[in-house]
Write a protein that binds this ligand. Structure first.
Ligand SMILES: Nc1nc2c(ncn2[C@@H]2O[C@H](COP(=O)(O)OP(=O)(O)OP(=O)(O)O)[C@@H](O)[C@H]2O)c(=O)[nH]1
Ligand SMILES: [Mg+2]
Length: 479
């Protein structure tokens, strides 16, 4: 028997970006030939892809830690690092991706549907890419960014058009076995079915799928029997079929009270109220069963159910049932427009906000949050003064310094960039950028140039930025 696993916790780690390289071109008789450090490669993504040949999440149960490849560092001679290998994880059709708090991140239905569960880190720019007219020889490069890591929960919700529900031994699996080519386990003891079975039925020109779930008993909502856990597999169905046993030997049961019991449990589970229902009275090959079926039929019809009398063993009434189901399924499909074509690539919401916030936390601590400042910090090699100065320039250009002044920060106050558990904290030097400008822009030797008035410096700075943006286009270090 294959094991069925329909819920797993998965730890995904995308690859880290490779570091940029700081290198100076060397040739005989040309000792300082300009910066030629290449960019680091991108870290690989971890991607989930629906693969209909995969039916359980078992693999992930056994090995829940999955990591994509790291990008390689850039090298001298303008050689870029290789991108890290993406990791593609095949998942069953109908896999729901949740975060640990239970919020749905994605619902993966349809062959090829793709979800990027963790995005690889960007590679760091090498010093060749960081060079510009005004910063001719950067003595630093940017670090590659760490890839995203996180815990996600995968939950399988079977994708079936028709769901069979009922007491244990009512004959749900038997019905699937005679309506379709599926061969589920059938036996005369309760809870034969421990995991959902799926069968494909063809009726005329309509092809649809039927799933059963482990039998329900009174109190399933309190966890009796196998509980209601498996009802999530019927959530996607467009029609519910009550399979009622007309030949049970238990004296306190009959089709009508069985129906009430199951309905009560479905209500406790919730969310299935709007699904059309039909009733199947099974086992009419048993003489008493046939009598009982005829007795309860008017009652059921009075409650508004369409009723089918069948025998899964004697193959009675199956054709009528399968065509009636086909008709309901076809109607349901027509009502909700065909699921958008498969191969939808779903990415986690792109973090693309240009903004940042400054908040005061306590006497002398200010916190800066924002996608850019946080990313720039991750890209900075703090053992390299020039790299730190470059970071200060970038922050200043974004307006972080001004915002700190506005928020009341003063020299010596702590400035934390990033979330509480992962922040870089500086002692703030408000004059940092100004000071740097006085001494000369990074990567240039101010001693070779005459001092220029502030307005000119500002114009130069703007020009430098424009130039940089044009130069790197898609790979803009300032964005
Ligand atoms: N006489 C008769 N017996 C049937 C019929 N359908 C199913 N059975 C018998 O009823 C018993 C239970 O059938 P299953 O198909 O395993 O029932 P189930 O609803 O899937 O049960 P669980 O998986 O335990 O919830 C088996 O012994 C079947 O052979 C029928 O139409 N007539
Ligand atoms: Mg069964």
């Amino acid at each position: 028997m294959t094991t069925f696993v329909d819920r797993v916790e998965l730890h995904v780690a995308a690859g880290n970006g490779g570091h940029g390289c700081a290198s100076v071109h060397r040739e005989k008789f040309k000792p300082l030939g300009g910066p030629d450090g290449g960019n680091g490669g991108r870290g690989g993504d971890v991607t989930l892809v629906v693969d209909q040949s995969v039916t359980t999440l078992l693999d992930y149960h056994h090995s829940p830690h999955r990591k994509a490849g790291n990008g390689r560092p850039g090298e001298g001679g303008n050689r870029s690092g290789k991108d890290g290998q993406d990791l593609v994880l095949p998942v069953p059709d109908g896999t729901v991706v949740l975060d640990k708090q239970g919020r749905v991140l994605a619902d993966l239905v349809g062959q090829g549907t793709t979800y990027v569960a963790a995005q690889g880190g960007r590679g760091g720019l090498g010093n060749a890419a960081l060079a510009s007219a005004r910063r001719k020889a950067p003595g630093f490069a940017l670090l590659g960014e760490p890839g995203h890591t996180g815990d996600i929960v995968l939950e399988l919700k079977t994708v079936a058009d028709v769901a069979l529900v009922g007491y244990p031994s009512a004959g749900k699996s038997s019905l699937i076995s005679v309506l379709s080519a599926a061969k589920p386990k059938i036996a005369d003891y309760p809870f034969t079915t421990l995991v959902p079975n799926l069968g494909v039925v063809t009726a005329g020109s309509t092809v649809y799928t039927v799933a059963d779930v482990p039998g329900l008993i009174p109190g399933a909502s309190q966890g009796r029997g196998l509980g209601l856990e498996f009802l999530r597999h019927v959530e996607r169905c467009s029609v519910l079929v009550h399979v009622l046993d007309t030949a049970t030997l238990e004296s306190d049961r009959d089709p009508l009270s069985d129906l009430d019991t199951i309905e009560e449990e479905l209500r406790s589970y919730g969310g299935l109220g709007d699904r059309p229902r039909i009733v199947v009275l099974n086992k009419i090959d048993v003489p008493d069963g046939k009598d009982l079926a005829e007795m309860v039929r008017p009652d059921l019809e009075a409650r508004g159910y369409r009723v089918f009398e069948v025998s899964a063993v004697a193959h009675t009434g199956l054709r009528e049932l399968s065509f009636a189901l086909a008709e309901i399924v076809a109607r349901a499909r027509a009502a909700k427009p065909e699921q958008e074509a498969t191969r939808i690539v779903i990415r986690p919401k792109a973090v693309d906000d240009a903004g940042f916030t400054v908040t005061r936390e306590g006497e002398d601590l200010y916190r800066v949050r924002g996608e850019k400042p946080e990313r720039w910090v991750r890209q900075t090699d703090f053992s390299n003064d020039e790299a730190v100065g470059y970071l200060a320039d970038r922050l200043n250009r974004l307006g972080v310094e001004d915002a700190l002044v506005k928020a009341g920060a003063r020299a010596g106050d702590g400035v934390a960039i990033g979330p509480e558990d992962d922040a870089v904290v500086f002692d703030w030097e408000p004059s940092m950028a100004a000071g740097a400008e006085m001494l000369g822009r990074r990567g240039e030797d101010h001693r070779l140039e005459a001092p220029r008035p502030a307005a000119v410096r500002r114009r130069d700075r703007d020009a430098e930025r424009d130039e940089a943006e044009a130069e790197y286009r898609g790979f803009d270090p300032f964005s």
